[in-house]
Design a binder for this molecule. Structure first.
Ligand SMILES: [Zn+2]
Length: 406
């Protein structure tokens, strides 16, 4: 059944599970060279508590595999899969990737070796090295057996009540949790959200990830760069919003990324060999792989109605150069916000977009409407005709054709 895995369950579950729980005492930095994988290809648990944990996650994976949130494009999923094989370490061939159509920045690695990647992650990446860094961080959680280590640690420290609260789901494999409906899965999500990694395990995943991407010849600096982007996006979002949107499920809301983590990541990046190989940044390969989807990803993002974050994401991507698509979505952010003066900002954005050869058809349409409103009828006619030529089968094409004929 495809509708069992709800968006809410995924967000509630995985958004908080990974990379949360960062508060706490500062730890000494972990050198990437100190990180050795604790499992190898074909690993299976032999102890009872871990076997129970695996049983739970095998059921979760079954639900996810049938979810209608999954991106069905074979080319894109194999691209992410192949990248995972390059940076997934010794057990890379055991990893399974599920690409979920959710516009938040998040990724999650289950202890059994399946990874859920949200499309919002792909929206924000400037190149392959950045994406490789996030995947390698998640692979680090798997290779260092963080789920079971975290669980055992928690069981040692916790009192009976909190064990009861969590034991029903994770680790209490014998009791079993029936995941046959969305409510149950949402409960599982709540349990997962409690099951956050410690600061130390996060630092391990960072160090392991840095080692993996540098060994695969990616620029290790891509990793601190991604976290920096997250921090700046949160700040940009906060600056512009009046009300705090409900975003507790996304990585940048659950992930305070303290300054010490950034400092550690930068120091560790310098410790591993800077890549100079052909994969160093892999920008062209990345852009080619997401080309068919980038417009849809940006569309999802701007419709979240978080103008500060959306503008930040667009401007960050534009560090590699503006184009028609980015200018169009920049204008869309203003149009959707709709405050005083935003129509003018949007109009300027559409005009800027159509100056690029890759401007999407909708940029011509919206540019046409904007100049029409300004009383420039001939220009409007030309822009709308251009839209019709580029998108003759658009749903609004007959209407525009009719009004042009008048
Ligand atoms: Zn993590």
């Amino acid at each position: 059944m495809t509708d069992l895995l709800t968006r809410r369950a995924l967000l509630g579950g995985f958004g908080c599970a990974c990379c949360a729980g960062l508060a706490g005492v500062a730890e000494a930095r972990i050198s990437p060279h100190a990180m050795k994988p604790l499992i190898t290809s074909g690993y299976r648990p032999t102890e009872k508590d871990e076997q129970g944990l695996w049983q739970q996650y095998e059921r979760v994976e079954h639900e996810i595999a049938g979810s209608n949130l999954l991106v069905q494009d074979k080319a894109l999923t194999s691209y992410v899969g192949e990248l995972t094989e390059r940076v997934g370490g010794p057990a890379a061939k055991d990893l399974r990737i599920y690409l979920a159509h959710i516009p938040e920045f998040n990724a999650f690695m289950a202890p059994t070796g399946f990874m859920v990647v949200f499309t919002g992650l792909l929206t924000r990446m400037r190149d392959e090295a950045q994406l490789a860094g996030v995947i390698a961080h998640e692979a680090g959680h798997f290779l260092r057996r963080h789920h079971i280590r975290g669980w055992r640690d928690l069981r040692r420290k916790s009192d009976v009540l909190s064990i009861l609260a969590m034991g029903a789901g994770v680790g209490g494999g014998a009791a079993g949790v029936y995941l046959g409906d969305a409510v149950r899965l949402a409960e599982m999500g709540t349990i997962l959200s409690l099951f956050s990694y410690s600061r130390e395990l996060e630092a391990e995943a960072d160090a392991m990830g840095l080692k993996l991407i540098s060994e695969a010849a990616y620029d290790p600096l891509a990793m601190p760069e991604t976290w920096q982007q997250l921090i700046e996006e949160v700040e940009a979002s906060a600056r512009m919003r009046k009300k705090r949107p409900h975003r507790g499920y996304s990585l940048f809301a659950t992930h305070p990324a303290p300054a010490s983590r950034m400092t550690d990541l930068r120091a560790s990046s310098r410790e591993v060999t800077a890549a100079s190989g052909p994969q160093a940044r892999g920008r062209d390969r990345f852009l080619k792989a997401i080309a068919a989807h980038r417009s849809g990803f940006l569309d999802d993002q701007v419709k979240l109605n978080d103008p500060g974050a959306s503008l930040y994401i667009i401007e960050n991507l534009a560090k590699d150069g503006w184009n028609g698509l980015l200018r169009f979505y920049e204008a869309e952010v203003w149009r959707l916000r709709g405050e005083k003066g935003d129509d003018l900002r949007a109009a300027q954005g559409y005009a800027a977009a159509v100056a690029y050869p890759d401007a999407p058809p909708e940029a011509w349409r919206n540019h046409g409407y904007a100049v029409q409103k300004a009383g420039r009828r001939e220009e409007a006619k030309a822009a709308l005709s251009r839209y019709l030529a580029l998108a003759p089968k658009a749903t609004d094409a007959p209407m525009i054709r009719f009004s042009l004929a008048q």
